[in-house]
Design a protein around this ligand. Structure first.
Ligand code: NDP
Length: 281
């Protein structure tokens, strides 16, 4: 009887990467589905991406994730982009299909799915986002594509925030505006979903976003992209004000589940992947 000892390869390129736990949830998913797939967490320094993307083709990999500093720099090495990745201008997932490298962005889709896990849809909602970096861009675009009424970008560096608000306003049907981040920033009264999409609170930093926490009210859902620690100081303060909260683990596991489906063509064993991830914290 002939056996196949060759594993299908997936993985992640980034630097720094050592503390990225995505491999744990992906490998748990592959094992649960009895798939001979591996997920390799690979430190890839700036400047090495062109060679690494050639290796993706040569090794016949199913796909890779990209993280800092490669999400934008990978664009020249891809054959196609998904519509959302094209608008966002960044790729966190590459799928190899018919020998073509296709760029997708599952960060924002994972975020929208994590809202759905709590029974929330961005449709007809006002979404306020702290930050205008890669995570904020993906979340703003996907919330707008999912039917949000208004996207408000609040960012420390005005040029970056203005650019994101302009992009959302031009490329989607949502209203979009930028507010400069002032001291003890008050969250707009009409906000339904508040997204903390900066690095603030990422381990070992235990600081808090400089907002007026009294402006958070029980009608809001507060979410954080930071997943280490899952319960950030920002979420603790928002919960104390009566807001619903969603941790960054939901976004992480949902984008992992989406990547799983894109690479294997099978439904992801979501609960098993989530349990494996939670054990890491
Ligand atoms: P970027 O470097 O692209 O953007 C960082 C953003 O945070 C910028 O808007 C920056 O503002 C803002 N910022 C940083 N420090 C401060 C500060 N002290 N005060 C005010 N604003 C600040 O990072 P990413 O968007 O790629 O990542 C952000 C976070 O999202 C990371 O912690 C990352 O781990 C997390 N993430 C989580 C995911 C998940 O699945 N849960 C997925 C992807 C990312 P400015 O423009 O002024 O510099």
């Amino acid at each position: 009887m002939s056996k196949n000892y060759r594993a299908e390869l997936t993985g992640c390129f980034g630097c720094p990467i050592d503390e990225n736990p995505t491999g744990v949830l992906m490998e748990a998913g592959y094992a649960a589905k009895n798939l001979n797939y591996r997920y390799l967490t690979i430190r890839l320094e700036d400047g090495q991406l062109e060679t690494a993307m050639k290796a993706v083709r040569i090794f016949g990999m199913r796909g890779v994730n990209l993280t800092i500093p490669h999400k934008v720099k990978v664009l020249p090495y891809l054959d196609e982009l998904s519509p959302a990745a094209e608008i966002i201008g960044a790729v966190n997932t590459v799928i190899v299909r018919d020998r073509k490298l296709i760029g997708e962005n599952t960060d924002g889709k994972g975020f929208v799915r994590s809202l759905a896990d709590s029974g929330i849809s961005p449709a007809q909602k006002n979404v306020a986002i702290l930050g205008a970096g890669g995570a904020a861009r993906a979340i703003a675009v996907e919330c707008a594509l999912a039917g949000a009424s208004e996207i408000t970008i609040i960012n420390r560096t005005p040029a970056r925030g203005e650019e994101l608000a302009r992009l959302v306003g031009e490329k989607t049907a949502a209203r979009a505006r930028f507010l400069p981040w002032t001291d003890a920033m008050a969250i707009p009264e009409n906000t339904d979903i508040l997204v903390q999409a900066t690095n603030i609170g990422l381990f070992p930093d235990a600081s808090l976003p400089d907002i007026n926490y009294d402006s958070i009210h029980p009608g809001m859902t507060a979410t954080d992209v930071v997943f280490n620690p899952p319960m950030t100081g920002f979420l603790e303060k928002a919960a104390a004000r009566g807001a619903g909260i969603i941790t960054g683990l939901g976004m992480l596991v949902n984008q992992g589940a989406l990547n799983f489906e894109l690479w294997t063509g099978e439904k992801a064993p979501y609960e098993i992947m989530y349990e494996a991830l939670k054990k890491e914290f």
